[in-house]
Design a protein around this ligand. Sequence first.
Ligand code: MRU
Length: 357
Amino acid sequence: MKVKINGTMEEYRTVWMTDSVIYMINQPKLPACFQIYGSDNHRKTAKSIKDMIVRGAPAIGATGAFGITQAAIEFKGDDFSCFLRHMEEAKKTLKDARPTAYDLFYAIDKMSEEIDKTSSIKEAISLLQEASLNYANESTERCRLIGVNGEKLIRDSSRILTHCNAGALGCVDYGTALAPIRIANDNGKKPFVFVDETRPRCQGSRLTAWELIQEDISHSIIVDNAAGYLMRKGEIDLVIVGADRITSNGDVINKIGTYEKAVLAKENNIPFYVAAPKSTFDYNSKTGDETEIEERSEDEVLYMWGIDSDNRLNNVRIAPKESKARNPAFDVTPAKYISKIITEEGIYNPQEIPTKH
Ligand code: MRU
């Protein structure tokens, strides 16, 4: 992705690995500071996923793949069965970081297949290094193709609503929901984006808005409750969101609030598109209701947090000290509310998605 640093454009990926260190754009620091976080062991990598230094389904998938490689490099000794035990523990640590986004599980299982190919530690490390780099490259290409396919759904000056951050920051590059918008903008279609702020972590107002500025894409941030009003007034032409998991029946699990937007879109005859690579498709679950929905700390709701331009953490309690909160991070949008699912292979009706990875 393009990042403007002191007036010059630089190319970044959200996550990458050099030797045994995984580097990632430190997302909680945006938009105040652009900083890179380096994790030098797989436990820190798992914590960086849990704490959302890296976030978004395809991005945490690639981080999980690199995390497995990192765990293999970390292993000290030459006993292959000890190595396998160490790797099982590492897989569990990384998978336990967050429960909902399917890409994390898909990526780690892919890396597991590499370990199964050998009985040599040295060879396992080299297979994993190659496979995790390929995984990140393929993930980038999948998102680029989502952009190419989805761009066809965007007309000149389309006014598009998006929720959460499903841009390059949530992926290795390009994004899912933002990829078609970015390509439409490059093709001169001049899309306009309504950005849901996406409480409580504000992925919209902090991250999506920051990305759209890097790409010179016109936008307005709206509060999460404003979409219905704007839809009724005819100010939104289409909705595009990403997904954390898509189940066999075409149900979509995505950031909390997605379901509401889909119901509102149907009520107002506005197309509701979901953009996701096939690494997000969970064929083990028949319906969205089988998925574990992450409940995060109530503090994310009770406090308004942020990093200021001096890189200081500001945490302000916005609720009475006696109040408790619930913080489900995702919801399930039943397939019947979804107009189309945009993938790297094409655009599908939710009931007719591809049946294997
Ligand atoms: O909790 P997050 O920020 O990891 O949630 C991310 C989302 O819900 C995105 O919309 C999703 O991963 C779409 S693809 C980047």
